[in-house]
Design a protein around this ligand. Sequence first.
Ligand SMILES: Nc1ncnc2c1ncn2[C@@H]1O[C@H](COP(=O)(O)OP(=O)(O)O)[C@@H](O)[C@H]1O
Ligand SMILES: [Mg+2]
Length: 506
Amino acid sequence: MSLLKRLGGTPQPNEVAPSNNSAATPSPSPAETRGSLLSNSGMAAPPPVEPTSRPSSLEQRVSGLSSTSSSAVTSDGAITQQRILELSLWIVDRILGSLGNQTELKRTPESERLLQERFTNYYRQSGVNLSDSQVKQLYEMVNDELFGFGPIEPLLRDDSITEVMVNGPYSVYVEQRGKLSLTPIRFANDDHVLKVIDRIIRPLGRRIDRKWPMVDARLPDGSRVNAIIPPCAIDGPSITIRKFSKKKLTVDDLIKFGSLTPEMAEFLRACVVSRLNIVVSGGTGSGKTTLLNVLSNFVPEDERIVTIEDSAELKLSQDHVVRLEAKPAEVDGTGRVAIRDLVINSLRMRPERVVIGECRGGETMDMLQAMNTGHDGSLTTLHANTPRDAIARMETMALMAGMDMPVHVIREQVASAIDLIVQQTRLDDGQRKVSYITEVQGMEGDVVVLQDIFVLDIKGKTPEGKIISELRPTGTRPRFTSRLEAHGFKLPPSIFGAVSPGNNRW
Ligand SMILES: Nc1ncnc2c1ncn2[C@@H]1O[C@H](COP(=O)(O)OP(=O)(O)O)[C@@H](O)[C@H]1O
Ligand SMILES: [Mg+2]
């Protein structure tokens, strides 16, 4: 049965022209379509898209992300993917127009029925003749446009995709299994991307315009969104979505993936329980928050935990947790509550543990001071590429926050506050690894002394490009071993490689 029939329409023999011949149908040519179908013209016309890079079906749009082999052009080359997209927007405009001045629909059984009915109507009116599978695709596109976030909706639904990056209307990338790839997804033009941005931020009472062309927001499922538009985004409105993973990775997952060894996990558990101050360092998307979550879950059940985040990502299994979240300014520019404000506030909340999602600025100074004045056992992450770099970052952030002390004093504060740095790395092939577990031993002269306890050795590459590496202890026992022992952790010397070197190959 054709989709039209399934959608409730009863096509008359002559209504849907059997031919794609544009001379025989009233449908406009692709060039005309741009002007006429998109009522809000004035935006740049989409550039021609090579037929080979167009997907032929929605399934392909979604699952065959890197496939470029099949053409979406019908045998006579008349119906292109771009054309279907434009047609979908034309139908959306008509449907919204028929509903009065509504710009969005709520998904209800009633509105879905309405959509089916009107879709069938307007599709017929368009006079465009599509194959059954193309009609199905068109219907999905209209559906995604009315009820979802337009062309990227299928990417948001796909749980294997962790990040969606829209670099202007004609370039949409995703991260899937740790690897970035270009998708065949296209928006019609800049305005189409802007509409999707608007749909994301409007329910949150946020706005974006030329005067303040960037915004942070969240999708209803918790995914984090950043949007930036012209004039700051030179090549068109950009959207970056870090998808919220419903299932958090556990320490067992990380061991299974080879991100760390069971010995490293055991060592980290001992360090968390023994109230060491730990910084997880790493690049964007390297897995810092995931590791922070795993470490936080090692905190004993009977300790009061206060978590502080820009947008709540941590998921702790303990009961006694108070979750705090920063708050952007109101429309009038006032009322912002920064991470730093929350850190200061948290210290008045009788915390036994403070977990800070990420230190990016002034909060670093408050955190260091708290750690040095009895609030031990704190955990945080920061953006740095090596443990040494992490120390330098903390110094810089404390300095910039106006810590009124000479640099070497700040450095001493860092060295005495932080016990351990856990470096998280995303390798070129997408694997995420704990590349260093490094003890901060103190100061020698002007230098912070770091001692690696576990390291990642890169050995080479398989013919398929997978990086072969080895996680191993360095043979050095940390100086804080006695603290671990005081908390009941008698870790065997072999954990540190003292007896036989670790030989965990991944
Ligand atoms: N060890 C790991 N192995 C595989 N995937 C991971 C690992 N750690 C994190 N991820 C995935 O990588 C993505 C980014 O992780 P996240 O912890 O948010 O990174 P960051 O906080 O450094 O930006 C998430 O989708 C997460 O599930
Ligand atoms: Mg993070």
